[in-house]
Design a protein around this ligand. Structure first.
Ligand SMILES: [Zn+2]
Ligand SMILES: [Zn+2]
Length: 283
């Protein structure tokens, strides 16, 4: 059985996210471990981390995913940005460990004109350094990207080469974002498209490395390289697409985490219900 959950805010404290996860009936969830608008962060208070871990355990929430701050760019050719990003990634690994998280999701990065190859080298070094400096054992999962601007990790081949270049490559996971895949030209809305997509993922990286799915419908067209998330069933992947996705034997037992727009609290309830319905579960 798939496990369903969503990205939740930690505003007001880490345990606010666990309370909300329980209230909404989530099986799993994702958070940022720090303010997403800045690269600076205060250390996590041990007491707050302990309270979070026990709330997670008590509610049986699993997995707990931490998403790396969007400002981190470990593919940057600019030394100053790169060094700040490597230390932020190191801190993210430490924080995820303190919080008892299962996975840390990372956008591979933007090469800003230096090219995919040079950018991928930078990413792999950054991952190796962050593990070495943090001593953390939380698994980094690389997320596939839509291909906006100079994003790296748009094809599964690009994700594989990052793994090939890193000393930790064999122990990195993959986070599969359905909206990003659609934007990158992988048609996840049909069985045929899913055959091709999952076949390529398996050939390049191996399905056993796929840890969880970011379940997002897409506002942007197939292959448009746009990262615009939409409510489940209201975008171009559509209800039929999510039914097809949730029927796949390669995917149906994985955790599915929503990152759909939240304009009102009802949106979270509706998207979770739509996802469960697409999986053939009652409301
Ligand atoms: Zn992401
Ligand atoms: Zn995502």
């Amino acid at each position: 059985m798939a496990r369903f959950g969503m990205h939740l805010s930690i505003a007001g404290g880490f345990t606010n996210a666990t309370s909300r996860a329980v209230e909404l009936g989530c099986d799993c969830f994702q958070i940022f471990s720090r303010n997403p608008r800045t690269l600076r962060a205060k250390p996590i208070d041990r007491g707050a981390a302990d309270a979070f871990r026990s709330a997670v355990a008590q509610a049986g929430l699993e997995p707990v995913v931490v998403h790396v701050n969007y400002l981190v760019n470990v593919a940057s050719p600019k030394d100053e940005t790169y060094e700040a990003s490597v230390s932020a990634l190191t801190d993210e690994l430490l924080r995820a460990e303190i919080l008892g998280a299962d996975y840390l999701v990372l956008h591979p990065g933007n090469h800003l004109g230096s090219g995919v190859e040079a950018g991928s080298e930078r990413i792999a070094r950054a991952i190796d350094r962050a593990y070495e400096d943090s001593g953390s054992s939380v698994m980094i999962s690389l997320e596939n990207m839509a291909g906006a601007g100079t994003e790296i990790g748009v094809s599964f081949g690009e994700l594989r080469s990052i793994c090939d270049l890193s000393e930790r490559g064999k122990s990195l996971g993959i986070c599969f974002d359905t909206c990003h895949a659609y934007g990158a030209g992988y048609d996840v809305s049909t069985d045929r498209g899913l055959d091709r997509t999952l076949g390529e993922l398996d050939a390049e990286i191996g399905l056993d490395r796929l840890m969880f799915v970011h379940a997002n419908d897409s506002k942007g067209q197939l292959g448009a390289a746009r990262d615009r998330h939409e409510h489940i069933g209201e975008g171009l992947i559509g209800v039929a697409g999510f039914r097809a996705i949730l029927r796949r034997k390669e995917l149906r037992d994985l955790p599915f985490i929503l990152e759909t727009p939240v304009n009102s609290p009802d949106d979270q309830v509706r998207d979770l219900a739509a996802l469960r319905a697409a999986a053939g579960e009652g409301y």
